[in-house]
Write a protein that binds this ligand. Sequence first.
Ligand SMILES: Nc1nc2c([nH]c(=O)n2[C@H]2C[C@H](O)[C@@H](COP(=O)(O)OP(=O)(O)OP(=O)(O)O)O2)c(=O)[nH]1
Length: 127
Amino acid sequence: MIKVTCAIIVNAGGLVLVAQRSETMSLPLKWEFPGGKIEPGETAEACLIREIKEELHVDVEIVSSLPPNTHKYPNVTIQLIPFVCRITSAQVLLKEHRDFKWLPKDELLALDWAEADVPIVKHYIET
Ligand SMILES: Nc1nc2c([nH]c(=O)n2[C@H]2C[C@H](O)[C@@H](COP(=O)(O)OP(=O)(O)OP(=O)(O)O)O2)c(=O)[nH]1
């Protein structure tokens, strides 16, 4: 099983950053919370900070964690570990993703999510 962290980044206005995977990534064009695979010897928190810097060129501060979701894709099983974060630098610069949006909570579920994210989105909306 592959452990993957992801960030539910919330701005000062309460909007949530969502990112669309590119055509060349696995799960092409699906929406997700940015993040990535935990490297050997790395904590989930350190992985998250590193991945967000690599993918979006921004710094985040972890606010809280949500329950992980384990999901079986046909070729791989992942454990997706979500953290709610605050953004501490201004400008998002996409390094890997095709697109991103800041959305209010009540518009999140309408996106075409990576399957592993759906329970996490639902849980976040309820909190
Ligand atoms: N970062 C991230 N990955 C997710 C989410 N939901 C979800 O199913 N995934 C999957 C996609 C990938 O299989 C894996 C994360 O790997 P990654 O973000 O490092 O992506 P990657 O392009 O390196 O993955 P891969 O093509 O090498 O399989 O978890 C999510 O919300 N955020």
